[in-house]
Write a protein that binds this ligand. Structure first.
Ligand SMILES: NC(=O)c1ccc[n+]([C@@H]2O[C@H](COP(=O)([O-])OP(=O)(O)OC[C@H]3O[C@@H](n4cnc5c(N)ncnc54)[C@H](O)[C@@H]3O)[C@@H](O)[C@H]2O)c1
Ligand SMILES: O=C(O)CC[C@@H](O)C(=O)O
Length: 526
């Protein structure tokens, strides 16, 4: 049975799902050295933001197949190191969207009405109504930086509260912004005009210290900033200085440059600042959502199925996966088949996406073809994550073409592998109830579902050849399950595809090529 380590607190709903397929150990609060010591036993690691998964930990995780982050941000995982080792990294892109958005909105209102300090003063026994005069958000301008999932929800709710919305997000269209009721503006204008600025962007080299002394100086003295995105987007010393100097009115922060927040000037500020300990995702609902979402993906990967939100598989988002799922298996099977037909070392793989597969969305089929191609060499060590890297390291060149006009089948995939022993090609499509069919081998049309053990011959189409091959296989006690001949012209060259019940015994291939008319024979195991 597989073993999963859960190293941060996650909801029981997730543990229950993992327990269906694995032994689950929950060990929270491990020091890095303790994690390194035990990670080698585990097939999967499930974390929240509390565990930093460094390259060292990944190197020590010799059995690791998947790292699941029960949340959005994977900045606590060394994703490139995981990718190099073929470890899938998954997250829950939407499970805590509402929780984080509502936390940002709560912070904005709490900051405007001094709720935390007013609450603390009443609890101390005071009844001070003069020190906590607030500001309304109604008719004020909210500047949303990052109009993704969380930013959009914040904007939608803020609109309903009567706020005017400005947004900055270079990757969002004007139409999308208008749908949400936001006016897209440049960052300078947003800083100059906003009464409230809320950050909903990832931490990247471009966004690190986006809020600094220079940008703070552009804001209104009445402006308030909310950061429920990532620590480090705001330069904390500059923020504390700006608040102290009255250059802006205040800030509400859920995330910090270093967490847990240590000694900090921020702690010494008064009611102009609210600090929460990274609580954006901390609602019962969000914790159930992210735990289920990520545990399901870990379960699927441990069962050999693809994950819907892998962050290190290019182009394979949940919607694309749903559409391509049946074709991924087709691509893997064809890759595996053409690799075995080509034999030797493959140097070039031509992947032609045909018919309705001839779109940019089908790119993951190229990765799946490579995974199949490399399966004979790498077995379980190749997966969707590392297939492209492994191919590159082996010097396999990949040429990807698209032919939307190929209409024999709704969508079909053609692979041609060239290696040290020659060139072979296969084409396949999904027929009927999405069953995989081989529709062409080396340019000869056939129509057979692939089976575990197969024999292909290249021969001359002439009387008696099928009988002779059948007798020969019979003399070796090989049972034929099905057989089909593909030819272009009568009595020309032809291909025979046989499904057999067992692997071919050693030595029989050379006997087959001695049958008059048979030029070549290949056996494959799929
Ligand atoms: N506090 C918490 O507990 C908590 C919970 C969930 C998410 N988060 C964080 O909130 C942030 C937003 O999450 P999301 O789910 O909305 O992500 P998202 O990917 O849906 O949205 C991010 C948006 O930022 C935009 N963006 C990227 N770079 C930008 C830049 N340089 N300038 C302006 N816009 C840029 C993107 O185009 C995208 O629209 C992330 O940093 C995430 O880690 C925090
Ligand atoms: O695990 C958490 O509580 C924080 C999650 C949040 O930062 C995220 O990126 O999803």
């Amino acid at each position: 049975m597989s073993k999963v380590l859960v190293s941060d607190t996650i909801d029981q709903a997730g543990i229950d799902i993992l327990s269906q397929v694995a032994t689950v150990d929950v060990k929270t609060g491990l020091k890095p050295a303790e994690l390194i010591e035990i990670i080698g036993e585990y097939d999967a690691l499930m974390i929240r933001s509390g565990t930093r998964v460094t390259q060292e930990i990944i190197e020590a995780g010799t059995q690791l197949k998947i790292i699941g982050r029960a949340g959005v941000g994977v900045d606590n995982v060394d994703v490139p190191a995981a990718t190099r080792k073929g470890i899938v990294v998954v997250n829950s892109p939407e499970g805590n969207t509402i929780a984080a958005a509502e936390h940002a909105l709560a912070m904005m209102l709490a900051l405007s009405r001094h709720i935390p300090d007013a609450n603390a003063s009443v609890k101390r026994g005071a009844w001070d109504r003069n020190s906590f005069i607030g500001a309304e958000v109604y008719k004020k301008t909210l500047g949303v930086v990052g109009l993704g999932k969380i930013g959009s929800h914040v904007a939608t709710v803020a609109k309903a509260m009567g706020m005017k919305l400005l947004a900055y997000d270079p990757f969002i269209s004007t139409e999308r912004a208008e749908q949400i009721g936001c006016q897209l503006v440049d960052l300078d204008l947003l800083f100059q005009q906003a009464d409230y600025i809320t950050l909903h962007i990832p931490k990247t080299p471009e966004t690190t210290h986006l809020i600094n002394a220079v940008t703070l100086a552009k804001m209104k003295p009445t402006a308030r900033i909310i950061n429920c995105a990532r620590g480090g987007i705001i330069e904390e010393t500059a923020l504390a200085a700006a608040i102290k100097a009255g250059k802006i009115a205040g800030a509400a922060l859920d995330v910090f440059e270093s967490e847990p927040l240590g000694e900090s000037e921020l702690r010494s500020l008064g009611k102009e600042i609210i600090l929460t300990p990274h609580l954006g995702a901390s609602t019962t609902e969000a914790q159930v959502n992210v735990a289920i979402d990520v545990a399901e993906q870990i379960r699927d990967v441990l069962l050999g199925l693809p994950a819907r939100s892998a962050v290190n598989i290019p182009g394979l988002g949940p919607d694309v996966l749903e559409e391509l799922k049946p074709y991924m298996q087709l691509a893997e099977t064809l890759g595996n088949l053409v690799g075995q037909l080509a034999g030797g070392r493959v140097e070039l793989l031509n992947v032609r996406l045909q018919g309705e597969l001839a779109t940019n969305k089908s790119q993951p089929l190229v990765v799946a073809s490579l995974k199949g191609l490399l399966y004979q060499a790498l077995r379980e060590r190749v997966n969707y994550v590392n297939a492209s890297i492994e191919a590159k390291e082996r010097g396999i060149r990949v040429i990807e073409t698209r032919d939307a006009s190929a209409r024999d089948y709704a969508g079909s995939l053609h692979l041609e592998a060239t290696g040290t022993l020659g060139t072979h090609s296969v084409t396949g499509a999904l027929l009927g109830d999405k069953e995989i069919h081989l529709t062409d081998v080396d340019g000869f049309p056939i129509n057979v579902p692939p089976s575990k053990y197969m024999l292909f011959t290249l021969h001359r189409d002439m009387p008696g050849i099928i009988g002779k091959l059948g007798s020969l296989l019979g003399s070796f006690n090989v049972n034929i399950a099905s057989m089909q001949v593909g030819r272009k012209i009568v009595r020309g060259d032809a291909v025979m595809a046989l499904s057999i019940d067992d692997p071919l015994p050693d030595g029989i291939l050379s006997e087959i090529t001695k049958v008059p008319g048979i030029r070549d024979a290949f056996t494959v195991t799929l």
